[in-house]
Ligand binder design. Sequence first.
Ligand code: NAD
Ligand code: LMR
Length: 334
Amino acid sequence: MVVIKVLVTGAAGQIAYSLLYSIANGDVFGKDQPISLVLLDIKPMMSVLEGVFMELQDCSLPLLHEIIPTDNVEVAFKDIDAALLVGAMPRRDGMERKDLLKANVKIFENQGAALNMYAKKTVKVLVVGNPANTNCLIAMKSAPTIPPQNFSCLTRLDQNRATSQIAVRLGLSCSAVKNVTIWGNHSSTQYPDTTHANVCNNDGNVTVYKAVKDDEWLKGGFVQMVQQRGAAVIKARKLSSAMSAAKAICDHVRDWWHGTSEGHWVSMGVISDGNNYGVPEGLIYSFPVTIKDQKWTVVKGLSIDTFSRERMDESAKELVEERDMALEFLSKSA
Ligand code: NAD
Ligand code: LMR
């Protein structure tokens, strides 16, 4: 089988430490798919990255054809098939949202340009570094020769969180819950929607609303808990989620590579074409999608009630504001 080249940025960071083994072990691209793994981080992190490199070697993994640790963008993006853009500027004490966005616009503009210049035109890009939707938008805009459909951002962690909370509430396995949707931004305005979700329990296949029998919770406490889960993990761990983020990255990329199963959809932040669910054209917005032949399609025709509409619009409004601010920084750097 032909070796594929996979880039992970922020490779010396904590998400990468939970992620790299799964990729190198074949859990994402397939158990028969040899991989050349490229690890990018910034210069001051090169000695940490050397340690990660040594550990990957020491795992003695048969699918790991080659490991390339680097701080050189050209080396990192050259001929890659997949880019998992995890690295980003973290929010520091006293930093405004605007400052964070400004620093990250620069990073994702540079990485978008590198994708444009050095990567395969078929490359699939997943942006994880926050603010993930807007960073993804900037990378996409900076890579005009790569199809916009090849860019996505991570909202699978939110989907997994929501799915798990429903399962815990019902005393079922997560695998019994399907088609929870995350709409919008990977932020506290995201909308975890169970209107069209189902569970498989003793009564057969029933809607989540019917199984849970607590509409107030599904529209209140549940939504808030998923929206605030990232902050709750940071408060408890003093670090942002890493193990669960890495698992969600694996789920996202595996499904993009191999497709979704019949009757199931997943949530991904992808480009809005303006024709689905009243979401403005050009935003990177989380939609329910199905995937076949490595191409995602937004699930059509879901009914949207007033409650959902308001939340979906609120998240779109936040994304429009982020986009406008980011584009202003981008135009100033041009
Ligand atoms: P971390 O600080 O442990 O690691 C980030 C790494 O990125 C560091 O090693 C840093 O040196 C590196 N980095 C910074 N700028 C870089 C650049 N220009 N090129 C390459 N590497 C660079 O952070 P982490 O816990 O691994 O989280 C990474 C990002 O993922 C953060 O932005 C975090 O907020 C985000 N995150 C997103 C989700 C999601 O669901 N979308 C979930 C969890 C975390
Ligand atoms: C998460 O959802 O866990 C992270 O995006 C939180 C963060 O700000 O890093």
